[in-house]
Design a protein around this ligand. Sequence first.
Ligand SMILES: *Cc1c(COP(=O)(O)O)cnc(C)c1O
Length: 420
Amino acid sequence: MTEKTLPFSRDELESLAQQVPTPFHIYDEAALRRNSKAFSQAFSWVPGGFRNHFAVKALPNPYILKILHEEGMGADCSSMAELVLCQAAGIPGDHIVFTSNDTPAEEFRKADELGALINLDDLSHVRYLYDALGGRLPERLSFRYNPGPLKEGNAIIGKPEEAKYGLTRPQLFEAYQEAQRLGAKTFCLHTMVASNELNPDYFVETARLLFELAGEIRQRTGIKLSEVNLGGGIGIPYHPSQTAVDLAYVGNKIHAAYQDLIERKDLAPLRVVMECGRVVTGPYGWLVTRVLHKKAIYKDYVGLDASMANLMRPGMYGAYHHISVPGKENAPRKVYDVTGSLCENNDKFAIDREIPDPAIGDLVVIHDTGAHGHAMGFNYNGKLRSAEVLWSGPGRWKVIRRAETYADLFATLDFPGLKT
Ligand SMILES: *Cc1c(COP(=O)(O)O)cnc(C)c1O
């Protein structure tokens, strides 16, 4: 098996850990910037300018949002908190898409106030939005299409026809017409049917589906769309045997589909955008932890000072996250279950995994935690959420979120004697 490499040395991590106690998540700034540029480059052919709207839920830290924005990314928000973070990070409203479902009126009002593109999840939301805004619609409006059995989903997102999101095809035609009647003028079409998908052709297929639908919308309603949003869902190679999606290949193939289904059908200019999260930050973050205990019962265990509260994906989906023991790359290997301390037997980062045999006190690094890592953290068992560190090259790092304290944890409990 090929080993996944780390951008920092063991010594560097050790000296950092002297100042920021483990566990913490660390993100590689240069890699984030490089990768964002390459993403935009793959779609530089898009008329009006391609933009990926980074799915904020993947890594909701304003320092990261600011970096991604500097590299040309917008933001995809689904909640009030995410809108507020983007506002603070200085992302202009017209670089924000608000794709939410089961949305409260106040969140629609906030999105509208920022000038974000609102992407509606249901036919009935046209009226709901109109009422929420006091009897008007924004000038630009988008709808989320659920292709149902026309498109196969995958393990994380499920089958589209079982998914709660979006409008059916017939509802979509009706929605554009109703929105137009109520004053909207410019229209976009969105879908999101994949998650962590590594097959590049999947995204080309999604683009073809939307390009064809753009033609049908034109035919049935007379509306010429201004933008299609292919959603997110580009996967990353969590396992060393997997291969990253070739974004240049995807960009070129979608360009060919665009020429075929949009330019030739007189539907241009149609802007193409996406809203990937995982592929943007996932591979450029790591959870740095330390070995607290080792035990040998019916199986052998390595116990870390991090838990599922810092990284939920392995416990929740059985997801693979690669594990390194810095400085011990060539040490003898041994099979372990690698665990955290929650009173839940699924609090395991790996099961039956062969890793370099660590000693108590060694640093252990869990890979690919830059998306849906810290973000999915929680406080079960009263575990504190960790710090986040931005690494900008050897010796250059900054804490971009401090670790929680017990005072933070108990801040919402007004109870006599509860002091830390
Ligand atoms: C989660 C989500 C994304 C991002 O998905 P990734 O798999 O992180 O690329 C984009 N759009 C919507 C609507 C989402 O819910």
